[in-house]
Design a protein around this ligand. Sequence first.
Ligand code: NAD
Length: 489
Amino acid sequence: MNAPHPLPGVTTPPQHFIGNRWVAPAGGETLPMVDPSDGAVFAQIARGTAADIDRAVKAAQAARDGAWGRTAPVDKGRALARLARAILDHAEELAFLEARDCGKPLKQARADAAACARYFEFYGGACDKFHGETIPYPAGYTVLTWREPHGVTGHIIPWNYPLQIFGRSIGGALAAGNACVVKPAEDACLSLLRVAELAAECGLPEGALNIVTGLGSEAGAALAAHPGIEHISFTGSPATGAGVATEAARRHCPVTLELGGKGPQIVFADADLDAALPVLANAIIQNAGQTCSAGSRLLVEQSRYEEVLSRLGERFAALKVGPAFADLDCGPLIRAGQLARVRDFLAEAERDGVATVAKGSIAADAPSTGYYVEPRLLRDVPSTCRLACQEVFGPVLAAMPFADEADAVRLANSTDFGLVAGVWTGNGARQLRMARAVKSGQVFINNYGAGGGVELPFGGVKSSGYGREKGFEALYGFTALKTVVLQHG
Ligand code: NAD
């Protein structure tokens, strides 16, 4: 199946979306968009510079001080609800764009479009339900707290789930009353330009949502450094996140960092394997393992280790990889460099003597120029091995046995990350002990939620970042608390 042409939302020549208009890049330059399924250039985007970011920030400031700032919460909510509806109405075209851009199977792209809509639906409903408090204080005083928007928020989005992460970050920021400047990833951003266009059609005032495309080192760095940005939400790699936070700290700008993960999936001997196995596989296969919350480490209690490997191995051996529009279990990786990186991890593990239990296969008709790698289940991976403690960002599951609960906790906490963990056990007391002992922003017990759950506060500890998005909790991060102390006698 081929993607529809012309691509919706892709302008010729390529432009940014600023103040509800298509705007030519100040530098006049463009960047090629490569289809990961065949490695061919299929579109161009505008190459943003500091001048474009500045223009977007000014548009957002005008919205903050003007139409969007004055919009009543109930009407903000209605605008976001209209956008949610429009995303659902255009879900198929958005999914096609996302599949083409990211290389993800169409069914995953469809799920991402639905999730994006759900964020705007959720946060649209929250606009007029988020409020401050009164605080008991001595007689003669009234103390109030107000939740005020930061003003202009900057959002740096990665390529792995553009629609989902955009919805998560921008939905919360707009609901809290901010005006947004978005810098999507240079590898995949076409769907977001289309959503911004839909937002304008839905009546979002000029400047409330602005998108500047381009390179991280140019447009991204300019956004992180811009004095008009009053809060930054960054989702991406730990190294880039540290750089963005350092830049923001120079001007005391608050930052939310949603970074990487090395999710442990911990299976005790009393686990219901029939329920666990499909979830364990999907937690690493989804989006070809290019998921921050992927369950990329499998820790299994010794007595059932061989059984789990054998049964899971059958699943891995049956996995098929191919072009996005073939809609198989996995698509290609995002770019040639990422494919080389994953191969490098695998070669190193092989040199270290790590054995492969099973691997999937690449469809015979997948273009040889695409960025494909077979999903793999690896066994007895030493916890010190690079593949066991660093993010591979590919469909590679590293299995290791554990002796007892203490050993499981030690292994689970043995990486620098702490984003999402899964625990499989029927023992209620152990469920809670493990949930407490594992250092992680989220712990799933007898289920695993790689990416799901709009309502669930999400974010990491340690090198996985700080601050929370998703759920109602995100609204605290997207606002500043003001305490008002009134003495009236
Ligand atoms: P990346 O850090 O290279 O890029 C992320 C974004 O940052 C892109 O938009 C990029 O253009 C921009 N960027 C790059 N250099 C920049 C700079 N100097 N200044 C400002 N912006 C810059 O990460 P990536 O490779 O695109 O994404 C993969 C990483 O993201 C993985 O580590 C993954 O775990 C993480 N991730 C985390 C979450 C989460 O919610 N925690 C979600 C998705 C991805």
